[in-house]
Design a protein around this ligand. Structure first.
Ligand SMILES: N[C@@H](CCC(=O)N[C@@H](CS)C(=O)NCC(=O)O)C(=O)O
Length: 385
């Protein structure tokens, strides 16, 4: 464990991660053939291709896929490095999980499309939830989990750790996550801790797995990191630095803007060596806003959708969450279909807790959502009663 002599941060600073506006944004990992993975995820899992970018000067390309827009959903960021066709996944990375209402049917569909089912559907060992496992073309495992209520199908990133208590403490203190579920299965010699910013059914969680007696895993070179949003990378970075002194880990990039892009980030390894990148909320939305703006202008100019315009709710009156005030004015009181659906689902779960709902919808305030809801449902506010 790293020892340091730095001053103890104030209580206000240590409580910052829990007060911050955080959400798991995406997982980043490398694949040997971008088109092959895009085909597999869209055809077998039903994901949408959200955007692609090519950075020839750095010799790589990215593709973003998910079940909803990046402003509100956890997505997969695939990286293709020119000429690299395979990677070592290592033993530490577990799986990504997709929630589906009928695992048996999903497996049937995936098999019909040539997918590799590595564990047949049925109750999880030691429990009753129906699960199955599928391997993607690069060998990444996807767990299919049967659920009735699904906010975002991409619901878990499972990573194996060598000390569960230490890992839970790290994600609580450094990242402000909550331990939303802990399960010990002594009969199968493992324990898991679900860590996240809301309950398991409301958001994507990190599933940390401890196998009895196993303290080391190989990391390979395939899986890279998860990204999490923050309102202040500098404050967040200070807390991370402090927690690393107590529990271990390593800062890999000090807080600051990425040259060229200007998005403020900081990155670090947890005590098991798993990497997280904290990304400034506003900068992240600005990055998306650039393409949304182009999308809006483009669709006005030529009357058709551009970029990955097959996405519901990404039309020209799409409730854009860009911080560009001009754009915001144009779309002020409108919410996209995706946002409306998310608000309705969140309302069913948490009721009139507008700030909790706003936490799931970047760029929207609790007031905006409350106003929208009341205008739509004609209900008086609590203050009016
Ligand atoms: N040894 C396992 C421990 C974790 C584990 O077993 N998880 C459950 C899902 S929560 C599982 O994979 N069960 C397999 C099954 O039910 O067939 C690992 O490291 O992946």
């Amino acid at each position: 464990m790293a020892q340091g002599s730095a001053a103890v941060p104030s209580t206000e600073l240590l409580e910052w991660p829990k007060k911050d506006n955080r959400r798991l944004l995406h997982a980043v990992y490398r694949v040997g053939d971008l088109d092959r993975t895009i085909k597999f995820y869209t055809e077998c899992f039903g994901m949408k291709l959200l955007r692609k970018r090519d950075i020839p000067e750095e010799k790589y390309s990215n593709a973003f896929l998910g079940f909803g827009p990046e402003e509100s959903h956890f997505v997969m960021e695939l990286t293709y490095n020119y000429g690299v066709t395979s990677y070592d996944i290592g033993t530490g990375f577990g799986h990504f999980a997709i929630a589906t209402p009928d695992v048996y049917k999903t497996v049937e569909d995936i098999r019909a499309k040539g997918g590799n089912i590595t564990r047949e559907p049925g109750p999880v060992k030691g429990g009753s939830t129906i699960i199955a496992f599928v391997k993607d073309p690069d060998g990444y495992v996807f767990e299919l989990i049967q659920r009735d209520s699904i906010l975002d199908p991409l619901c878990q990133v499972m990573l194996r750790v060598g000390d569960l208590d230490r890992a839970v403490k790290f994600y609580e203190k450094a990242l402000g996550m909550k331990l939303v579920k802990k399960v010990d299965r002594p009969e199968y010699k493992y324990s898991i801790a679900m860590m996240g910013y809301a309950e398991e059914h409301e958001t994507t969680v990190l599933e940390l797995t401890y196998n009895y007696g196993v303290t080391e895993y190989t990391k390979g070179n395939a899986y890279a990191q998860v990204a999490i949003s923050t309102d202040d990378v500098y404050k967040s970075g200070k807390v991370v630095e402090h927690v690393i002194q107590e529990l271990g880990g390593q800062v890999t990039r000090k807080p600051g803007p990425i040259p060229g892009l200007n998005t403020k980030i900081t990155s670090f390894l947890d005590p098991d060596g798993w990497k997280t990148v904290l990304v400034d909320n506003e900068d992240f939305l600005k990055e998306l806003g650039i393409s949304l703006r182009a999308h809006i202008l483009g669709s006005r100019r030529c009357g058709k959708k551009e970029i990955m315009g097959d996405f519901d709710g990404h039309g020209s009156s799409n409730g854009c969450t860009s911080h560009d005030s001009k754009l915001k004015d144009e779309t002020k009181v409108k919410f996209s279909e995706d946002e409306e659906m998310l608000i309705a689902r969140m309302f069913n779960l948490v009721g009139q807790r507008w700030s909790l709902i706003a936490g799931r919808i970047p760029g929207r305030t609790a007031e905006e959502i409350e106003k929208y809801w009341r205008s739509k449902h004609n209900s008086p506010s609590e203050n009016d009663i």
